[in-house]
Design a protein around this ligand. Structure first.
Ligand code: COS
Length: 387
């Protein structure tokens, strides 16, 4: 479908596509097996200016928006979503600074993120605070001109690889979600270390680790926004980044669809390519229709955000939930089209099915997305929406 991308958007998409085909595809299986962080690819993405596509020009970016970022995520995910999420998680870490940072904070941190010189990461989740994000237990206690952080963040994408972390911690436990605050923590700060690397089902090229804070002292000026706004920082960040999970899902599903069509044309059974059987044709038709519907919703949401909409929690959640459910169905069907071969690691679709699963879970489970959508529907009906 023609989405009438402008010249810059088309160039970004083509460039990401080329990098994915030429540099990522040859090492996909190796990265999946070793689980090694793809620093070489990160360097190529940085040299190609792709880390800054969505960041303002005044901080070294290309001045695009969420759509530009999603085009990169989609194209990388089509070939390897582990690489794509390593790229995207830097944006997840950058958005709190972009949205709530002071001019000094933006000037200090964004240019290096835009240039891909430093990766960023976002620390919200904890062992006892997943869907219940307000249940975080990490604390930040003010001590003169510093905050002292204690606690452990879990399953942090780019953990250990990133240099810049935006972290949410409780400054006043009694106040619940209104007692959380967001901070910038730099790698190398004394008292800040990392747990073991997780061994994951999919997106294995990405790194997932704990962030451990043990009397970690950070300067007071690393507070993002005001004390007590940390939950809001996290929610507004996720509103901006959830379409990115949608784009990741669209990319994975597109990759699986292409592999399934190619295989169906080549695989001969009963004397003819299986693509000539209606049972297979209908599966492929449904897969293609779902992928296009997911892409249309993801792009439309990105355009809504970039167009200046004030409230888009519902649409972001819709893009994420719809596209990730599509990715799960389409990759499962792709494995089915491949039959027994689809179950084997020599063929590309079993990885895609493993990779797709996480898109239904992270950045808010799909059950939480449905809660968000329903809550907004009710609020809209009552004429009360988030500003
Ligand atoms: N934009 C602005 N404000 C928001 C908001 C949004 N999208 N969502 C919630 N808020 C505000 C609410 O208005 C409320 O404000 P007040 O205290 O002023 O009334 C406050 O935040 C608390 O909201 P709520 O009571 O709805 O919070 P809950 O604790 O019930 O949690 C969910 C809400 C479940 C939606 C939230 O915890 C969530 O998104 N969980 C999933 C977390 C997640 O995505 N984790 C993935 C890890 S990050 S990669």
């Amino acid at each position: 479908m023609n989405y009438f991308l402008n010249e810059m958007q088309q160039e970004i998409k083509d460039l990401a596509h080329r990098i994915a085909e030429e540099k990522i595809r040859p090492v996909v299986q190796e990265l999946d097996e070793s689980g090694e962080f793809p620093w070489e690819i990160m360097k190529i993405l940085a040299d190609s200016d792709l880390f800054g596509v969505y960041l303002p020009e005044e901080y070294g970016g290309l001045g695009g928006g969420v759509l530009e970022q999603l085009l990169v995520v989609e194209e990388l995910s089509r070939v390897c979503s582990g690489v794509a999420v390593s790229y995207a998680a830097s944006g997840l870490g950058a958005f709190p600074i972009l949205l709530y940072g002071t001019e000094e904070q933006k000037k200090k941190y964004i240019p290096d993120i835009a240039a891909g010189k430093k990766l960023a990461a976002f620390g919200l989740t904890e062992a006892n605070a997943g869907s219940d994000a307000a249940g975080i237990e990490t604390t930040a206690v003010r001590d003169g001109d510093e905050y002292v952080l204690n606690g452990t963040k879990q399953w942090i994408t780019n953990g250990g690889e990133a240099e810049i972390y935006t972290v949410v911690a409780m400054t006043d436990k009694k106040k619940g979600s209104r007692g959380a605050s967001a901070f910038i923590v730099e790698k190398g700060t004394p008292g800040f270390s990392f747990g073991k690397k997780e061994n994951k089902m999919g997106i294995r090229a990405s790194t997932t680790r704990e962030l451990i804070f043990n009397d970690c002292r950070i300067p007071r000026e690393n507070l993002l926004g005001r004390e007590g706004t940390g939950f809001m920082v996290a929610m507004k960040t996720l509103d901006k980044t959830r379409p990115g999970i949608g784009a990741q899902a669209v990319g994975i599903a597109q990759g699986a669809l292409e592999e399934a069509v190619k295989y169906a044309r080549e695989r001969v059974q009963f004397g003819q390519p299986i693509s000539s059987f209606q049972a297979i044709q209908h599966m492929l038709a449904d897969m293609a229709t779902q992928v296009e519907a997911a892409r249309a919703l993801v792009y439309a949401t990105a355009r809504m955000i970039d167009g200046g909409a004030k409230s888009f929690a519902k649409e972001s959640a819709m893009a994420k939930v719809f596209a990730s459910d599509v990715a799960m169905r389409v990759t499962t069907d792709a494995v089915q089209v491949f039959g027994g071969y689809g179950y084997m690691k020599e063929y590309p679709v079993e990885k895609m099915m493993r990779d797709a699963k996480i898109t239904q879970i992270y950045e808010g489970t799909n059950q939480i997305q449905r809660n968000v959508i329903a809550l907004q529907l009710v609020k809209e009906f009552a004429g009360k929406i988030y500003e």
